[in-house]
Design a protein around this ligand. Sequence first.
Ligand code: ATP
Ligand code: MG
Length: 766
Amino acid sequence: MSDAKVSEGKGRDFLRQIIDRDLKTEKYGSVITRFPPEPNGYLHIGHAKSICINFGIANDYPKAKCHLRMDDSDPAKENYEYVESIKKDVKWLGFDWGDNLFFASDYFEKLYEYAEFLIKKDKAYVCSLCEEEIRKYRGTVTQSGKHSPYRDRPVEENLDLFRRMKAGEFKDGEHVLRAKIDMSSSNMKMRDPLLYRIRHAEHYRQGDKWCIYPLYDFTHGLSDYIEGVTHSICTLEFENNRELYDWILDECEIKEPRPHQYEFARLNVNYNVVSKRKLLDLVENNYVSGWDDPRMPTLSGMRRRGITPEAVRNFCESVGIAKANSIVDMAQFEHYIRDDLNRKVPRALAVLEPLKIIIENYPEKQEEFIKASYYPHDVPVEGSRDIPFSREIFIDRDDFMENPPKGYYRLCPGGEVRLRHAYIIKCEKVIKDPTGEIKELRCTYDPVTKSGADTSGKKIKGTIHWVSANHAENVEVKLYDRLFNVEFPETIEQGFNKDSLKIISNAYVEPAVAGSAPGSRFQFERLGYFYLDPVEYRQSKAVFNRIVTLRDSWSRAAKQELSPEKKLEKEVLQKPSEKVEFDISELATDIRKKFNRYNQDLEIHREEALTIARDENLSSLFEQTIAIYDNPKVIAGFISTEIARKLKEKAPEKFSVSSKDLAELVKLIDKEVISVKIAKEVLASVLKGQGSPAEIVEKQGLKQINDPAELEPVVERVIFNNPENVAEYKSGKTKLFGFFAGQVMKETNGRANPELLNKLLNKKLS
Ligand code: ATP
Ligand code: MG
């Protein structure tokens, strides 16, 4: 993995190492890179990597620049639509070429002059073999090639023919211009490669000014040189072209400092195709709605889907810059998409497949508005909205089951569930239509269970999302899945995922969501991240694209074939609750029971609950300890970390911590005799067999200082010894508070009661 943030030394990728060296030896005064797409299609995720590398380097070095160059020397498939899309996509990704937008086609005149220069040096000749013959003459990897019968044409004849080629005297394919290098070279690219060919075609920028066009190898290095590019970075398949790149610059007598080519590994992603040609196939054969279909791995498709440019950049950075080709798992990309959205987007309620509930004991004309935060606690963004609640609501159809399996915590006949941000409801009756299909549910709600003000003391295991039927807005939702359902599709027909688009025309969102601007993003709780499509935005009905699900259920499901029962159980139980990374339905029954008790009843973190539930020794220690002293959360904290770690190193029978010790330790924290930090040290000593917690605290003098009279002198001493910092603090550098606190902690071996310390420091410093 690369680490672009490391500014020096080994952590840098090989390209930056080369550039560091070249700047240090003053080979170049400053760095110029370029991103050189051919405008014959839209940019895709692979190009994003190249953009991030080239523009990323330019951003990293002082005075460095990155050019955006349209590599447009082939008239056949290029056009302005592509040029504009490329510019838009590069900008969207967050990069800026400034004044440095270039077109290789602007260099046609100069390139032509270089071609004549080579002919005059007898380093290039006009060859009149047909395409087929040229291929035959080239030989194979194991067999050297044969000289073309035209190879020894005199310079004058070559010059004359080449000028007449340019003047349009010949038909396509009649002649070509070739470099005169070495037909027996082990590098096939060096066997008299083609430099120019005749194409009577309209060029989108040059019109019919030219009927001969330079080929990639001839164009590329010279364009780099003309623009002053220093490091010409391309993908690995051009490794063999490097020799030719250098040969052309050599023979054109271009001296150092001049551009050099370096290669890195292409980005390939599974369950997808990363090639403009194949993407064009998808578009032209109507597999997708266009280059910007939200399923496409194009930048325009990703933008349309709602993926953020930050996510794409973070993903590209995570892939790193390597010299060996590899496949990157689509799940890795999805991880970065979620990771970025998770920190940014508001949470809201939506229902995809509505099932109506009538809350019978809620008064008919009543409604209320529940204030709810848009963001969870760990997202440092503020904001809230009012969610309407009323007698009729919708829930998602699969949050109800008539005959639920064990462990089903959502709604079922006679069962209770919490409505997110609202009340606990109980299902009293199931109403069916004549065909037996469930039409609606009749429920009751418990008025004292309102979220945040619940006085019922009820412990409810499931929470589901909902919307108020009379307030919610009807919207269309598009769910996307991977474009291909085989990992490495050979052909489109073979692998295209026909279920990659699912349209839900009858979804509902809470009113605050419906009124948001096109281009807004939300996490619909338990459903995924969604984007209000600005292109399909219609006055009558908003369209939401699902950007990504809340977690990756795909790769696992694809890897293991489950039995039908297991699959059902999984689908039913595995309703996402965002942070769960494991699947509780996969746990053995007794472990699952334990886990549920710890997590649901004792309110212990899922990860901690799982660690303890899974291990016999840990769970029995836990059970015994909470039987002695009732603070399961703190006890679980120690057991799932320090003790679990120790247990990995040591056999359980040699284990010297008892439930009594642990209970004692937690009691010492609760009584404020020691801080949690000190408790960890104490536990370490207990684990080493140095005695009981109370003994150790006593012996090592670890008692927390809770007495102001004892702490005050230490605080005063610290302040007295640091007069400069005090002055700075008083002049406004309040960040120094931490410095003083740290000093006091150091002086007291971490024993100062933090609250008391804060109070005293505040007093003394003001
Ligand atoms: P495709 O194979 O999709 O047709 P290309 O290589 O022909 O792509 P160009 O427009 O020539 O497309 O590419 C512009 C730049 O992007 C080149 O420097 C190329 O090396 C780079 N690039 C293209 N595909 C990838 C990829 N999958 N990973 C990294 N860089 C790529
Ligand atoms: Mg290509």
